[in-house]
Design a protein around this ligand. Structure first.
Ligand code: NAD
Ligand code: DGY
Length: 391
């Protein structure tokens, strides 16, 4: 018999029961649910990652919708239980949903939401921070300083890489990859080479226009190139940042053979998902190439690092914090709640998940639509901007 987990209840009399597996920041998300008649139960158990059994006990025998986290295994067992409890809606509080078996959800008629857009710039900024930290050896130098080893300026102390005028490689030039590329182009006048399954005309147009602008300032223009393979990017770029989704096509996209193609002094950044890199191969590569550096926000077996990674001075490692700004995390919670609330109310799905701004504008009521439902088509859900009613 599953253990009962501690929950905090909002709007106890609400007729629709929605569970959030974690407390989430801000109040707007609770408001989005209670204002449409939901009783909201937030799991406050002191346990970082909930098991499937934990979540089964939270779902119980009557549950209309759930907001869950990327650390949880949302597969057939949980969707079957949610369906049996009368549920119709699930939302990840994340844009990535590789922890969700969307086919299983669809089979059980459950809509799956995610939270695109609100975290694009925040995540790209952290990737940029990791790039700078790795290129300029910020963490190594900080450790050295705190250890009382600094005896005075030296011409050879912590020499790193200059970014200006170098080439940045993007693998996965979607929302975040494009935002990161723009930062590196505008900030450091880097040239861009990218690999994606689709053409990123937005990125290409931006780099072309910025190159023209630089020319008017009497500066060298920047250039872009779309590569026909990840190998082209790895061979050519001085900095490579990974921003694809995690699926079968990107699992271990960076492996031993591909690491060997990269420049000896290249910087590799990953703020996508850990399994995009074969982390064992990466540890070996870092050991053999001390001037090769990485900045990692995500790890293959989170919360763990592969043996040896944490001992290497040429790796900067942070605990999956790329979307961790107050505005972004509150916005993610709001979008997740709006996905669930709108589905339970029978509202349509917002037609453009690349523009979710109207859902985050607190000065106006949110559109009566679900911001982003990834299996909307498979479930045959209608799309619409919700102009007929408001959430
Ligand atoms: N570290 C974090 O905290 C954090 C925060 C936000 C997002 N993410 C991760 O970043 C990912 C990207 O988010 P986004 O909003 O930019 O998504 P997006 O859908 O806009 O971009 C993903 C891009 O990956 C491309 N892609 C898919 N398969 C590919 C392949 N085999 N090779 C190359 N490119 C491929 C897609 O065509 C798309 O352009 C998310 O799925 C999530 O896993 C991590
Ligand atoms: O996919 C996501 O949204 C992140 O990993 C958490 O922000």
């Amino acid at each position: 018999m599953a253990r009962k987990l501690a929950v905090q209840v909002y709007n106890a009399g609400g007729h629709l029961r929605v569970v959030s597996t974690k407390p989430m920041p801000g109040n707007q998300w609770i408001q989005a649910l209670t204002s449409v008649g939901c009783r909201v139960e937030v799991c406050v158990e002191n346990k970082t990652i909930l098991s499937v059994d934990d979540i089964l006990s939270l779902i119980g025998t009557k549950c209309d919708g759930v907001i869950g986290q990327l650390t949880e295994d949302w597969g057939d067992v949980l969707f079957a239980a949610l369906k049996k409890a009368g549920g119709h809606a699930y939302s990840n509080m994340a844009v990535g949903y590789n922890n969700v078996d969307v086919e299983a959800a669809t089979r059980h008629g459950i809509a799956v939401g995610n939270t695109p857009g609100v975290l694009t710039e925040t995540t790209a900024e952290l990737a940029a921070a990791l790039t700078l930290s790795a290129a300029r050896r910020v963490v190594e130098a900080d450790d050295f300083m705190r250890a009382g080893k600094y005896e005075g300026w030296l011409p050879t102390l912590f020499v790193g890489n200059l970014l200006k005028g170098q080439t940045v490689g993007i693998i996965g030039a979607g929302r975040i990859g494009t935002a990161y590329a723009r930062m590196m182009v505008e900030g450091f006048k880097m040239n861009v080479i990218y690999y994606d399954l689709y053409q990123s005309t937005r990125l290409e147009k931006f780099v072309t226009a910025y190159g023209e602008f630089l020319k008017t300032q009497g500066e060298a223009p920047v250039h872009w190139r779309r590569a026909s393979s990840p190998e082209d990017v790895l061979r050519e770029a001085d900095v490579i940042s990974l921003h694809p989704v995690l699926d079968k096509t990107t699992y271990h996209l960076i492996n031993k053979d591909r690491l060997a193609l990269m420049k000896k002094e290249a910087v590799l950044v990953n703020a996508s998902r850990g399994p995009v890199i074969d982390e064992v191969a990466l540890v070996e590569h870092l050991k053999a190439n001390p001037m090769f550096r990485v900045g990692l926000d995500v790890f293959e077996d989170e919360p763990y690092m592969k043996p040896g990674l944490g001992d290497l001075p040429n790796a900067v490692v942070v605990p999956h914090i790329a979307s961790a700004s107050k505005w972004t995390r509150e916005g993610m919670a709001t979008l997740a709640a709006q996905n669930v609330a709108a589905k339970l109310k029978g509202y349509p799905v917002w037609p453009n998940s690349n523009n979710i701004e109207p859902f985050l504008d607190e000065s106006k009521p949110a559109p009566a639509a679900a911001p982003s439902i990834v299996n909307a088509k498979a479930l045959g859900l209608p799309t619409g901007d919700g102009s007929k009613s408001r959430l």
